[in-house]
Design a protein around this ligand. Sequence first.
Ligand code: PLP
Length: 415
Amino acid sequence: NKSLSELDPEVSAAVDAELARQRDTLEMIASENFAPQAVLEAQGTVLTNKYAEGYPGRRYYGGCEHVDVIEQLAIDRAKDLFGAEHANVQPHSGAQANTAVYFALLKPGDTILGLDLAHGGHLTHGMRINYSGKVLNAVAYHVRDEDGTVDYDEVAALAKEHQPKMIIAGWSAYPRRLDFARFREIADSIGALLMVDMAHFAGLVAAGLHPNPVPFADVVTTTTHKTLGGPRGGLILTKAELAKKINSAVFPGMQGGPLEHVIAAKAVALKVAAGEEFADRQRRTVSGARLLAERLTRPDAAEVGVKVASGGTDVHLVLVDLVNSELNGQEAEDRLHSIGITVNRNAVPNDPRPPMVTSGLRIGTPALATRGFGDEDFAEVADVIAEALKPEFDAASLRARVRALTEKYPLYPNL
Ligand code: PLP
C-alpha cells in the first residue's frame, strides 16, 4: 500500500512535472480542458478494478450492483443534458464512439460523406488511413474559398451524386456553427442517416450557446474531455429505435469491459455541465475566442500576414491563417511555446505548406475559461499572441506577461 511517489518515483516525478507545466503555462489547445478535481477523484477510484461487461441490469459479471448505479446516473444525466432518448456512455474515446456508430449502422464498402480533414474534419470522418476511410468509401465536402464556411450546395451535390448511406456533420478545426437543419434536409433528400460529431462544441450545446444537434440527427457522438470538461472518453446519443444496435456495436462489437472509473467521472462531469457555473464558463469561453479573433484581425496583425480563417469565430476556437506570414505553423507553435503558451499548428483550407508544417494555428479558450479567465484576461492573452507572431518580439517581456496571468489564476490549488 505504498503511495505512488514511494512505489514509482519516476512516474510520480513526471506526473508532478506535468502538473507544474499545466499550472505555469497558458493551455490553449482547443481540444483540451482542466477536469474538476472531483472528476479526477472519481477516475482514481477502486472502480478501476471492476469488470462489468454488459449494461446496467444486464451484466455478464457478478458484483455489479454499485457500478450499475453509477453507469445509470451517467446515462440519465447525458440524456437529460442533451434531450436525447438514449445514451451509451461506454466508448473509451471519441474515435471509438464514431467507429462503433459506423459498425452499428453501416457495412464495409458503404459510402459516407464527411468534412475533409484538411478543411477541419476529423480523421474518423473518412481519412484514408483511418478505419473510416479504409473500410468505408469516404467522400469529402469542403469549406468555401470565399468565407471559409461549409459549402452546403456542395454537400447537397455530392450527396446526390454519391448517395452516401450516412452524412457526417462535425469538425475538429472549424470556427463556425453548423446548420443542422440544412444537413437534415440534405440527408432526407437521399434517405441517408445523419450523424453529428459534436466532440468539440458539446460544452457549448450543454450551456445553450450552440444549437443542439440531437433533434436533427439520427446519432450524435461526442468526447467528454473537450469543452464538456470531463474525463477523456466518448459518448453516443441516439433515438430510442437505434439504441439496441448502438449498444451491441459498442459491446460486444467493439469493446470488452467498460471503464467504470471513467464512467463515474463522466457522470460527475455531466452533473457539473448542467449547472450555472458551467454555463458561465462556456460564456467566457466563447467571448474569449471572439476577443482573440478580433484582436488577431487588427491592422498590425494583418501587416505581418496574420489572418483569422472565416474572419472570426462563433465557438471556442480561432483558426489563425499564416499563409501570408513569414512564420509557418510549426514556427508559430514553437514561438508561442517558448513564451509559455501551448497551441497546436493546424492546416488551413488549401494550405500550401506540408501537413507536418502547416500554415495555421488552432487556438482555443476552454481550458483558460475553466481556470477563471474573463474578457480582460483574454484580451491580454490575445495581445501577447499578436506580439509574439511579429518578426520583432521581446520574449522576456511576453514571458513575464504570461507568468502574471498564470499567477492570477492558480490551477488545482488543492493538489
Ligand atoms: N471527433 C472529433 C470531432 C474530434 O475532434 C476528436 C478528437 O480530436 C475525436 C472525435 C476523437 O476523440 P478521441 O481523441 O477521444 O478519440
